[in-house]
Structures are given as structure tokens and as C-alpha cells.
Design a protein around this ligand. Structure first.
Ligand code: FES
Ligand SMILES: [Fe+2]
Length: 365
């Protein structure tokens, strides 16, 4: 019997065991995940991320093309770039080998130019979807657009691809929690009245309904408490219902989009170890003049919005760390999964089961 047929949350070892984590890692290295908006990548801009130990650099060339490479020098394998920045060429800090934004080695001290031919950073797949940049380390992976078939129809009235404002950041501290806990808390709204008592709970009704996804993605919706009056810059196709609903999409397995009338709060979980994760996250908005915090009616400045987003993230992260500790209890065992409120967790279980044989069976189970 599959675990999802039990009607329970995953057992503790699914979040702690290194064998399970090794299987998760193998899967994640062939999955698409979001790394920002195209507007975050002006020519020369780069962002580095690490996914289960795999160093990645996303870099926009002078030609405006956004590419992703392994962020490892082809000489003695140092990490090439750190954090984010902007440059025309990337120079390795160890011996100065320098790369072009096409990934080609351009120069190397004391090495004849003829020997540089064909020395190239390994390239990963990049796909732009609704103005978001996604990366996949598996060169043979199915295209993202075909995997997410059906999502566009739901989000098209929001005209997300025309959003012009964006900021993003990688989390400054890692979270002491398994990546699945962070996805799960991002997908369900059952916790809003408690974890987000002062932030989200006053804005959203808390009655979540979970229309099924297509297996590769999940969606749940939350109505606003205070309806929004239509504005001049609202897309014409948006109905009153769509204007007053927030949508949470799980782009499985490790990206979440919270879509509101004029902005999106998004994140991708980047696991480090079984009980350690980091996050890349950001906000995209129709323009810089219409930044309303998720479910809110007031327009706030960018700094205030960012502080609000950070607070939400901190509330979730603290709860994930609390659960991770709870998993160590001698008698900790999985409780029932509330299908009316946690259906997205069930769909996440089904996704992992369908991609990893006998999931989450481990050597310790
Ligand atoms: S390791 Fe990069 S130049 Fe030597
Ligand atoms: Fe939350």
C-alpha cells in the first residue's frame, strides 16, 4: 500500500533519514525550480544557488540570454562565484581563469590561447515561464511548460508575465528543518490562524478549498476578508472572484507561488542536508506602485513589503524548526492528514511516491 493511502502525514524518518534524503536529492537534481524573474537578470547579472550540494550559477550574458552553469572552475574545481553580482567575465579567485557568459574559458594565466578551446562550464537547462526563470540540472528533463500544463489557464487573467517589478534574495540563514516541512507549510493554510495570527489571519478567511492539480502541481485558494475595489490598472479579464482570491500553487516538488491580485510571493526550497535547508525567495508585482501585501488592501513601500515578507518567512521557518525537533520525540508518530485543509500535502505525497519507488521507505523503517 502506498503511504498516501494511509491518510497520514509522513513518518519522522521521512524528514530525518539520510537514505530518504539521498533519494530526495536525486529527484531534485532532475526537477525545475524558480530562481527569480527575468527582470532580476539584466545583462551581466548573476545569482548563485546550491541545490543539495550542486553549485549553480545563473548568469545573463551581454546578449540578454539567461544561462545556468555548474558554478565550478574547470581548473582545480574551486567554486567560481559567490552570492550575486554583475560582471561581463567571471574570474576564478584561485588562479585567475576567466570565463565568458557563454561559459567558454576566455583566458588563463600562463596558458597558450590555443589550449583554451573547448574548455567550457557545464550548462544546465533554463526555461522562462510567465516571466520567471527556472533551472533544471538534468539536461534531458521534460520541458517545464509541458509539466505545468493547466496552470497557465488559471493564472492568465492575472497577466503575470507583464509584471515589471521584482526583488529577490536568498535567505541569510539556513533553516534547521527538512525541505519537505518547508514545502508543506508553504502549501497549506490550516496553520494561518495560529502561525500567522497577526499577519495573514486578519486578511484571509482561512477557508481553503483545494482544487486538484494535475499531479505535477497543486493549487489551493483563499478568499480575502475585505473585498478589493477594482482599480484602473487591474487586468481587464480579472473577475471579481479572481480579484478577491489568493492562489497558492505548489510547482512540485520544491517551488511555491502565492498569487494575489497584483503580486506574487514565491520561493524555492534548496535542501542542504536531511535537517538543513535554505531558500531563495522573492516578490514580483505588476509595477512598483501597486505593492499590496498578500491579502491586503493598502499600498505599501518596497521596504515595508520586504519586511513583511521576511516576517512571514520567519514565522514559517520557526515553526518548521519546531516540528523538526518534535520528530525526535520517542513516541512521535504521524497523525491524520486533514483532507479538507491539507489536501496539498496529500498531493505532495503522491508526487514523491510516483517519482521514487517505495517512498518513503528507508533503511530505518
Ligand atoms: S581553480 Fe580556478 S583558476 Fe585554478
Ligand atoms: Fe505559513
Amino acid at each position: 500500500m502506498a503511504w498516501s493511502d494511509e491518510g497520514k502525514v509522513f513518518p519522522p524518518y521521512a524528514y530525518t533519514d539520510s537514505t530518504v534524503f539521498a533519494k530526495d536529492s536525486e529527484l531534485l537534481l532532475s526537477e525545475w525550480f524558480a530562481v527569480g524573474r527575468t527582470t532580476d537578470y539584466s545583462p551581466g547579472a548573476y545569482q548563485t544557488v546550491e541545490l543539495v550540494g550542486q553549485p549553480i550559477i545563473v548568469w545573463c550574458g551581454d546578449d540578454g540570454e539567461i544561462r545556468a552553469f555548474e558554478n565550478v572552475c574547470r581548473h582545480r574545481m574551486s567554486i567560481l562565484a559567490q552570492d550575486s553580482g554583475e560582471c561581463q567575465y567571471l574570474t576564478c579567485p584561485f588562479h585567475g581563469w576567466t570565463y565568458e557568459s557563454s561559459g567558454q574559458l576566455r583566458s588563463a594565466p600562463k596558458v597558450d590561447k590555443n589550449l583554451l578551446q573547448g574548455i567550457q562550464l557545464p550548462e544546465f537547462q533554463v526555461e522562462i515561464w510567465l516571466g520567471f526563470v527556472f533551472v533544471n540540472c538534468d539536461r534531458n528533463a521534460e520541458s517545464l511548460a509541458s509539466k505545468l500544463k493547466g496552470v497557465e489557464k488559471l493564472v492568465n487573467p492575472h497577466e503575470i508575465d507583464s509584471f515589471t517589478f521584482s526583488f529577490m534574495q536568498t535567505s541569510e540563514r539556513v533553516v534547521n528543518a527538512n525541505w519537505k516541512l518547508m514545502m508543506e507549510i508553504g502549501l497549506e493554510s490550516y496553520h494561518f490562524p495560529f502561525v500567522h495570527r497577526e499577519t495573514l489571519a486578519p486578511r484571509l478567511t482561512g477557508t481553503s478549498d483545494s482544487p486538484a492539480g494535475n499531479g505535477a502541481w497543486t493549487v489551493s485558494t483563499e478568499p480575502r476578508k475585505q473585498p478589493l475595489a477594482p482599480r484602473d490598472d487591474d487586468p481587464s479579464a480579472l473577475t471579481d472572484h479572481e480579484r478577491n482570491t489568493t492562489y497558492t500553487f505548489g510547482l512540485l516538488p520544491n517551488t511555491v507561488f502565492n498569487i494575489d491580485v497584483d503580486n506574487i510571493v514565491w520561493f524555492s526550497v534548496l535542501p542542504i542536508a536531511p535537517e538543513l535547508s535554505s531558500v531563495i525567495y522573492g516578490v514580483a508585482a505588476r509595477n512598483e506602485h501597486c505593492v499590496r501585501p498578500l491579502g491586503g488592501t493598502e499600498i505599501v513601500g518596497v521596504d515595508e513589503y520586504q519586511a513583511w515578507g521576511d516576517r512571514l518567512g520567519a514565522e514559517d521557518n520557526a515553526m518548521c524548526e519546531r516540528v523538526q525537533k518534535g520528530l525526535r520525540g520517542k513516541h512521535a508518530e504521524p497523525g491524520m492528514l486533514i483532507r479538507d485543509a491539507e489536501n496539498c500535502l496529500y498531493e505532495m505525497q503522491r508526487y514523491l511516491e510516483s517519482h521514487i519507488p517505495n517512498y518513503p521507505e528507508s533503511t530505518r523503517s
